[in-house]
Design a protein around this ligand. Structure first.
Ligand code: ATP
Ligand code: MG
Ligand code: FE
Length: 342
């Protein structure tokens, strides 16, 4: 089955074609980051309008990459939520209209299921069951995964998501949006011994997270070091960046280790934008080695939002006979554990 995947839940327009026999045939992405950067975050109305501008050209580009005509598609998968409502509607209505015109089925896909399954696109994919750490701009969750749609939430953030905390900390340091990759870059020049930030909620049992206190800690540390003009010197910025990154990475690693011990599972999958973080990957490599487990993640391009993960996740569900009706329904909030199993 050959599936066109469309992702428009936030600030990336992603389109890809996944073929259940041949794998990924095309993959195009347009990031709106530069447009939103001057506002320091995503402006929902601008995001929707830009998806309208970019989506059809990207569909054409993906078909050209795959050397396919649209008549050779078997189905269309689109992100139906969670995400920004206007942005989701652009993808959903375009996908629905195309599917209707081509006389093929369409299916609304859960964005986090897309992230979760993205590592399946790599050469050595994980096999069910596994523990998944979903770490993105809007989510921080530990999930036991027994199959597609068989998700048990083990723990989650009670406040900010890890990616959101990176973005806010980046803003405090005067870095460009999104802060995650900027902090990671800056942290390379930081002195990790200068500050030690707290590892929230690691001193008590359980698999939930909280990152808002870490954000306040970052702000206070930065404010104490600002000069009369409110400026931070470059070395202090780097030292705060590395202390912040270490604290987030350590906290995530402690909970991942606990989740592996609690479930007795031997595979750990990390997915979502923050799973692109090199220090997180290194740290978790150590954790799985000590637990005699294995670590799986997607290539960096497929950690953040992309069309390939939606094409892949959609394809698995479409192969199982699922599709959505003609109504254009999107779900800005949509708990992943309510999805049907296949
Ligand atoms: P969600 O998937 O929860 O709806 P989202 O789609 O906005 O949210 P993603 O696209 O998966 O999130 O990831 C974006 C997030 O990943 C941002 O918060 C960004 O700062 C973070 N991120 C990306 N690369 C890195 C990195 N190398 N280190 C840390 N954070 C990173
Ligand atoms: Mg994004
Ligand atoms: Fe995402």
């Amino acid at each position: 089955m050959r599936v066109l995947g469309i992702e428009t839940s936030c600030d990336e327009t992603g389109v890809a074609i996944y073929d259940s026999e041949q794998g990924l045939l095309g993959d195009a992405l347009y990031s709106q980051i530069a447009m939103h950067a001057e506002y320091g975050g995503v402006v929902p109305e601008l995001a929707s309008r830009d998806h309208v501008r970019k989506l059809l050209p990207l569909v054409r580009e993906t078909l050209a990459q795959a050397r396919l005509d649209k008549s050779e598609l078997d189905a269309i998968a689109y992100t139906a939520g969670p995400g920004l409502i206007g942005a989701l509607i652009v993808g959903a209505s375009t996908a629905r209209a195309m599917a209707l015109g081509l006389g093929i089925p369409a299916l609304g896909v859960h964005h986090m299921e897309g992230h979760l399954l993205a590592p399946m696109l790599e050469e050595t994919p994980p096999a069910f069951p596994f523990v998944a750490l979903l770490v993105s701009g809007g989510h921080t969750q530990l999930v036991r995964v027994d199959g597609i749609g068989r998700y048990e939430l083990l723990g989650e953030s009670l406040d900010d998501a890890a990616g959101e905390a990176f973005d806010k900390a980046g803003k405090m340091l005067g870095l460009d949006y999104p802060g995650g990759p900027e902090i990671a870059k800056l942290a390379q020049h930081g002195d990790a011994a200068r500050f030690r930030f707290p590892r929230p909620m690691t001193d008590r049992p359980g698999l939930d997270f909280s990152f808002s206190g870490l954000k306040t800690f970052t702000l206070n540390t930065a404010n104490q070091l600002r000069d009369a003009d409110g400026q931070l010197d470059e070395q202090s910025k780097a030292d705060i960046a590395v202390a912040f990154e270490d604290a987030v990475v350590d906290t995530l690693a402690i909970k991942c280790k606990r989740a592996l011990q609690q479930t007795g599972l031997r595979q750990l999958v990390i997915a979502g934008g923050v799973s692109a973080n090199a220090r997180l990957r290194e740290k978790l490599d150590e954790v799985v080695r000590r637990q005699r487990a294995s670590l799986f993640y997607a290539r960096p391009r497929f950690c953040t939002d992309n069309g390939a993960m939606i094409a892949y996740a959609g394809c698995q569900r479409l192969l199982a006979g699922q599709s959505s009706d003609l109504k254009i329904s999107v779900f800005p909030r949509w708990p992943m554990d309510t999805l049907p199993a296949i």
